[in-house]
Design a protein around this ligand. Sequence first.
Ligand code: NAP
Ligand code: GCO
Length: 266
Amino acid sequence: MSDYLNFSLDGKVALVTGASYGIGYAIASAYAKSGAKIVFCDIKQDFVDKGLASYKADGIDAKGYVCDVTNEEMVQDMVKKIESEVGVIDILVNNAGIIKRIPMCDMTPEEFRQVIDVDLNAPFIVSKAVIPSMIKKGHGKIINICSMMSELGRETVSAYAAAKGGLKMLTRNICAEYGAYNIQCNGIGPGYIATPQTAPLREKQPDGSRHPFDQFICGRTPAGRWLQAEELTGPAVFLASDASNAVNGHVLYVDGGILAYIGKQP
Ligand code: NAP
Ligand code: GCO
């Protein structure tokens, strides 16, 4: 089959950061079903163990590593271990992320720095760790999980929006600097996905009514609903496969149309 229509990940090694659950877990599981060998990391051993149990229950033979992706020494060590235990990383998904929903003027510099550290500095650290071997191997795929906040702001998420906006430009710069080595770096910009990270925005109110933000997002999404993490997996497989070798520096928004829609008239 020509590469142009090769959506398979057979024989590839894929590292997905923060993939014990949530979006990372869905993407890693889809990569496994597309033929890739899956490695993932999480910051705590018990989350790695829980993730391994979930992958096993889904019939996926994943390898998990404890690694704080903001710590360059830990990341370098993890990548060396992966290369010796599994193989050179062909596909990196910078998925690990946090959010702090605090009005900017109430946020401490430390709180702001923590978000920037995980959501922007870490994708730099992990990409820097895997690119040299990708260059030696002659190819590589880096996929950064961006956000609606790579394009839009909203109250209380200043650090997150700054990080995700920066991640969009880091994506473009990796494309610019390493595209000559057959490395494609793209982003996925999810809309609003039902995961633990957004659970507080969907919690039922004390009177049993829907959370106001839940109603707001359903009014801002043409499909009128939250998306599921599994709805990101087709685009993620495409960007990890040879079928996307001519796609570079692009952020693919998988948002149900939010960015195209002014919102339903109340
Ligand atoms: P989530 O449920 O909060 O999962 C985040 C994952 O990242 C967890 O496994 C977490 O591990 C891990 N992590 C956090 N800090 C880490 C660190 N320093 N080192 C290693 N792992 C770390 O989030 P999600 O909703 O799946 O989101 C995943 C990514 O998609 C994030 O980058 C997020 O910003 C982005 N995103 C989410 C949405 C959405 O609506 N959910 C939309 C757009 C973009 P622990 O649990 O051990 O901390
Ligand atoms: C928020 C949400 C969003 C989503 C996502 C949207 O508080 O607005 O957490 O930031 O996580 O990034 O694309």
